[in-house]
Ligand binder design. Sequence first.
Ligand SMILES: [Fe+2]
Ligand SMILES: [Fe+2]
Length: 165
Amino acid sequence: MKEKSIKLLNQAVADELTAVHQYMYFHFHCDDQGYDLLAGLFKRTAIEEMMHIELLAERILFLKGEVEIKASDEVKKVHDVNKMLQLAADMETSSANDYNQWANECAQNADSVSKKVFETLVEDEERHFDQYDVEMDNLKKFGDKYLALQSIERSKNISNKTTNE
Ligand SMILES: [Fe+2]
Ligand SMILES: [Fe+2]
């Protein structure tokens, strides 16, 4: 029972690491292009995925396993905002699907605590999906204006900062 759970928990660690890397990559590129709102969203989500790793690692260690710090995938070098959001939303959907399934597998192996860990993660990943979905909708509705507004907002913030200094 323990080995099976440890394997699933480590698989999740690998996927979470991929998400941290990918979202930080998106964060840098949104920041570079002046899209502060999206840059912030990707950074906050990356931090939440990091907290997921902590949760998984604690459980692995409790089960006397070894935490494997190895990402499951390479970072995809996507620079187009719409494609970033699409990829992020897909990653969340596939994580939620996997974690649902793994929660069931842990339950079948009489490991209800690992099951609970996966259920907590599913809730967060569905919320992450929803956040990306809302931004995709905004982008569809308002197009380039939505991105232009973020750049203008940044300029305003910068000029406010300098006049206040
Ligand atoms: Fe996560
Ligand atoms: Fe997530």
